[in-house]
Design a protein around this ligand. Sequence first.
Ligand SMILES: *Cc1c(COP(=O)(O)O)cnc(C)c1O
Length: 407
Amino acid sequence: MVKANENYLRLQGSYLFSTIARKVSEYTAAHKDQADHIIRLGIGDVTQPLAPKIIETLHGAVDEMADAATFHGYAPDLGYQFLRDAIAKEYTDRGCEIRPDEIFVSDGAKSDSGNIQEIFSEDAKVAVCDPVYPVYVDSNVMAGRSGDWDPAKNCYKNFIYMPCTADNDFIAEIPKEQPDLIYLCFPNNPTGAAITKDRLQEWVDYANRVGAVILYDAAYEAYISDPSLPHSIYECDGARTCAIEIRSFSKNAGFTGVRLGFTVIPTDLKAEGGVSMHDLWARRHGTKYNGAPYIVQKAGASVYTPEGRKQIEGQVAYYMRNAKCIYDGLKDAGYTVYGGVNAPYIWLKTPDHMTSWEFFDYLLSELNIVGTPGSGFGPCGEGYFRLTAFGSYENTKEAIDRIVSKG
Ligand SMILES: *Cc1c(COP(=O)(O)O)cnc(C)c1O
């Protein structure tokens, strides 16, 4: 009889957002009259429609597909040159030394951040922040790097967990035990924390010193409002020899349903024995992926046009107005709140020592608001709660009014 991949059997519980969805549907089934009253500030999905420039480009690209002379079949494995050039230009404009051939276009940052571990050794030691975007953890469990689950500590035995709490401003500190792979995400999901260039430089220096690789998820770079903060890890000296950066069009341009992202692997990044990680990823991409759709890559390139850029900035500003509304409203109501300034996430301390799930149940049943329990992102998230700025302004304001008036 065929055996399942045992690594998968080590995965804990169901995916956080499935649990939330189940709880919400159970609640609405039992309280049908309240179903329309529920405001969702839980999952990190955008709600604004695609910008006009993107829609116009999509239409144009669809029309091209209708004519044999302009039809496009399989895309180049690693992405169309027009898109890789546009992305590389943005890096060089920011002073980062990145070439178009170091950019790998994909269908999004979730797949890339889940798949990237494949090109590293099976026994690579993995360090993750706690709390963390669950994909980094689960993809390494599936690959067999986790060791057993430790129910007493609520974590996997072989991972290095780097606590991110109010005490360290939610910025991971260099761990005592030495990792091979370090997952960092800034601006951070779920805590909304952003890292300064000096702190990021410390990580880059450390990784170069010990021969580790930083997997840097910059899905939220467009939300940075403080001009002193780095948008890319390649703004740090020496990052070309130790860092892989993953980005997405989902949160800056609303592509969550369109699907487009990319990963940057500099050719200077080498593993033991001088192995080029760039070449391994190119091989992996070419074998397992047949390219993001032409239509979508055209739309992606339109994000870098002056018109596209301007429209997208407007959308980010819309969400950041929501973030400010949540942050200020909760603060005035006496909550302890973090994030929300350089990220579309507000991370709050649950009141009255409630657990994260107790506060989730309270918000759902008393106020009909759906958020995300901090404990779902890791043991250090216990006692915290995440609200997102991705709703409509009207809904966001209404949700905060409900919380404030409940006082
Ligand atoms: C939303 C998100 C992504 C996923 O982006 P897609 O490109 O839509 O797959 C990646 N990383 C983090 C931290 C995210 O929050």
